[in-house]
Design a protein around this ligand. Structure first.
Ligand SMILES: [Zn+2]
Length: 55
């Protein structure tokens, strides 16, 4: 599972495909809220906002 900004979305997708050999689901965290789970505030690769969940 990766939480990334828009700039790192493609990289996270590539990493996911390498890791699992399958296409990930991409969740826009501005549109979807999970109860009982707060996403990390920042991208895992930079200080940008963590906008997309790649899972
Ligand atoms: Zn980033």
């Amino acid at each position: 599972m990766h939480v990334v900004c828009k700039e790192h979305l493609e990289l996270a997708i590539d990493m996911f495909v390498d890791e699992y050999e399958d296409a990930p689901d991409i969740v826009d965290l501005e549109e979807v809220k999970f109860t009982g789970w707060d996403p990390p505030p920042h991208c895992e690769r930079c200080a940008g906002p963590g906008r997309f969940l790649v899972v």
